[in-house]
Design a binder for this molecule. Structure first.
Ligand code: 6R9
Length: 656
């Protein structure tokens, strides 16, 4: 990105100071930034002390063979012990770990740390009796039910790396992941509840298992949780009911201490092209990163907070901020099975009210869809318990940030816009709620211990006020260790662009404002070139979303004979705006021209009912580019709802 990049976002000048109460009692204070800079390794050693180690490390970081890092070398620990047993041993066994809320109303369950310890131990014993040994991979394909958390921790407890596959993924997607990591066992359920109805899961596992077998890989056992009670096909040689195997197992299980670098899990990224990448995370460094950031960025007070992260466990956010971070920290949290609008649109706010949620973490896509519905819905609930709000997954448009803070947070709550990736394992860039004066739309600064920069093509830091590539300049404990089975691809994908400098680069562009604060602009592949000007999709989208009739917008560059690429926008209107009126398109074009400049004016604006999104809420712009360039729409298998593309194409064909 060059200096020509337009700077609409940087015109944003609203600031939100931390509330005095949070500032005065903050877990991490401003001094931590300098302290971490002065001696990074000492700082990270201090953070690792948050965990219980069986054997302490003798070296914090081994970076002798970059980019292959080893953290807390020589140390040994058990991740499940750290997430469960130690809280029970410290006398907190009766504390609720999970307030689980099923989608069917009244289907709920509170699970204490002591109960969690028993269930995890039983599941660990059951896995061992099914033949799972340390180092074997176990795939987990489950809805958002407590067994999903139990299954992950049971794997961690016996040192069998898990790979959680999102329950909405197809049999094909599951099969390719089973093959890639050679999973020995799959843990699934008969089905789960989605929008008020049971939907099946087991048939996809049967199909995936058959596909994998066709490729020469045998899944030995399938452990099946009964959730909906629907009929399932059964293979007596392979299938085992969870309630039989786990229910009958002993609650005694002694956790073994594993090497700090023992593989904890493989998480496949939804990569838009090519074979999915199995991102490998290991034990000591990952758990340190997840625990430290969850404590620092959300200012967690385990005795009084009720924390809720709305992410699915099939996404890295569910791993770090629903399982490993909060449980390592002994938090009490909410886990919700269903969709935000089931049985009615106020469900999430009802849950916040019922459980007195104090910290809430969700994605911009959800916030924008609530904006679309209007504030009357959240206004019906008492959400005065909330004290901190978080955002993750995409750049949050300033308008969405302000709405979130205002309507959901009652103007009291800091909003932490947290930038990180599957690969980074934990939050890298974020405000600290008791320290940072937040700017809507900016992830602000790297957290203490993390070193990030925005650099130009030559790898040199750009001056304040300019844009470039977002890089991490020093290794960090929760960094990915490799791509499962493919060290070369690991080096090529993340470490080759700035090999000379030794920087990690994973595809995002960003800008530094005049204060040096970071504004993440999204993937560099999403940058457009219009008549030689480089424009970022995020900026134009944010300009559109700042129009009062617009709820959500996606912008792509489509080939154009005159300008190289032209701006095409897909826009969802707020419900109160109806169809927007006859001049809506002209009105929006004018708005963008005023907000950014003539160069950014969309050639085309299409009003659509929905946008194509991945399960983690990221807009799949490649599919919209297909529409804008009148091509057949490409692969839609990783969409949350694959019918969305039909809706969009039909609306456009009928001239709406
Ligand atoms: C945690 C997660 C990673 C990509 C990342 C970036 C985008 C995530 C963001 C953000 C701007 C934020 N992203 N958080 N962009 N501001 N606060 O989302 O992991 O699914 O691997 O996606 O998401 O583009 O590179 P993952």
């Amino acid at each position: 990105m060059s200096d020509e990049t337009l700077s609409n976002l940087l015109k944003e000048d609203r600031r939100f100071e931390p509330p005095a109460e949070i500032a005065d009692n903050a877990n991490l204070k401003a001094e931590a930034y300098d302290r971490a800079k002065q001696d990074r390794e000492a700082f990270w050693a201090e953070q690792a002390e948050r965990l219980d180690w069986s054997q302490k490390w003798d070296r914090v970081l081994d970076w002798d063979d970059p980019p292959f890092a080893k953290w807390y070398v020589g140390g040994t620990l058990n991740a499940a012990y750290n997430c469960v047993d130690r809280h029970v041993e410290a006398g907190r066994g009766d504390k609720v770990a999970l307030h689980w809320v099923g989608e069917p109303v009244a289907d709920k369950r509170d699970i204490t740390y002591a109960q969690l310890k028993d269930e995890v131990s039983q599941a660990a014993n059951a896995l061992v009796s099914l033949g799972v040994q340390t180092g074997d991979r176990v795939a987990i394909y489950l809805p958002m039910i407590p067994e999903a958390v139990v299954a992950m921790l049971a794997c961690a407890r016996i040192g069998a790396p898990h790979t959680v596959v999102f329950g909405g993924f197809s049999a094909d997607a599951l099969a390719s992941r089973l093959e890639d990591c050679q999973a020995k066992v799959v843990i699934t359920s008969d089905g789960g509840y989605r929008r008020g109805a049971p939907s099946a899961l087991k048939p996809a596992v049967d199909e995936a298992r058959a596909k994998a077998a066709g490729q020469g890989h045998t899944v030995e056992k399938v452990l099946v949780v009964r959730r909906t009670g629907q009929d399932v096909a059964w293979d007596d040689d392979v299938d085992v009911w969870w309630h039989d195997a786990v229910g009958a197992a002993s609650t005694d299980h002694t956790p073994e201490a594993f090497d700090s670098e023992h593989p904890l899990y493989v998480m496949y990224t939804s990569g838009t092209t090519g074979k999915p990448k199995g991102i490998l995370h290991t034990t000591g460094g990952y758990l340190t990163g997840a625990s430290y950031t969850h404590w620092a960025v959300f200012d967690l007070k385990p005795e009084t907070d009720v924390y809720w992260c709305s992410a699915d466990i099939g996404w890295v956010t569910g791993h770090s901020y629903m399982v490993y971070g909060p449980l390592a920290n002994g938090a009490t949290q909410v886990m919700y099975e269903g969709t935000p609008d089931s049985p009615e649109r106020g469900r999430w706010w009802q849950i916040i009210q019922d459980y007195g949620v104090t910290i809430f973490y969700t994605a911009p896509t959800a916030i924008r869809s609530f904006m679309k519905q209007g504030r009357e819905i959240p206004d019906r609930f008492d959400m005065s318990s909330l004290r901190i709000l978080g955002s993750v997954g995409e750049p949050i448009n300033p308008e969405a940030y302000v709405w979130y803070r205002h309507v959901i947070g009652g103007d009291r709550t800091p909003v932490v816009d947290t930038w990180w990736q599957t690969e980074t394992g934990s939050i890298m860039i974020s405000p600290l709620p008791g320290v940072t004066a937040g700017k809507p739309g900016s992830a602000m600064t790297p957290i203490p211990g993390v070193s990030a920069e925005v650099v130009n093509e030559a790898g040199e830091p750009v001056p304040n006020g300019s844009g470039g590539y977002l890089v991490l300049t020093e290794p960090w404990p929760s960094m990915l260790r490799t791509i499962w089975g493919d060290d070369e691809r690991f080096k090529d994908t993340y470490w080759s662009r700035f090999a000379k400098e030794g920087f990690y680069f994973a595809g995002d562009g960003a800008k530094k404002d005049d204060d040096g604060d970071i504004w993440v602009l999204g993937r560099v592949d999403d940058v457009m070139n219009v008549s030689g000007h480089r424009l970022s999709t995020t900026e134009i989208e944010s300009a559109l979303v700042s129009h009062p009739k617009v709820a959500e917008a996606a912008v792509v560059g489509a080939k154009d004979e005159d300008t190289g690429q032209a701006v095409c926008a897909f826009v969802i209107l707020r419900e109160e705006a109806g169809d927007g009126g006859d001049d809506i398109v002209a009105e929006l074009r004018k708005h963008v021209r005023k907000e950014i400049g003539p160069i950014a004016t969309p050639r085309q604006i299409m009003i659509v009912p929905e946008l194509p999104k991945t399960r983690s809420g990221k807009i799949m712009r490649r599919l919209l580019r297909d529409v804008a360039e009148h091509r057949e729409v490409g692969d839609v298998t990783t969409l949350a709802d694959s019918s969305v593309m039909d809706l969009i194409s039909q609306g456009i064909d009928s001239g709406k």
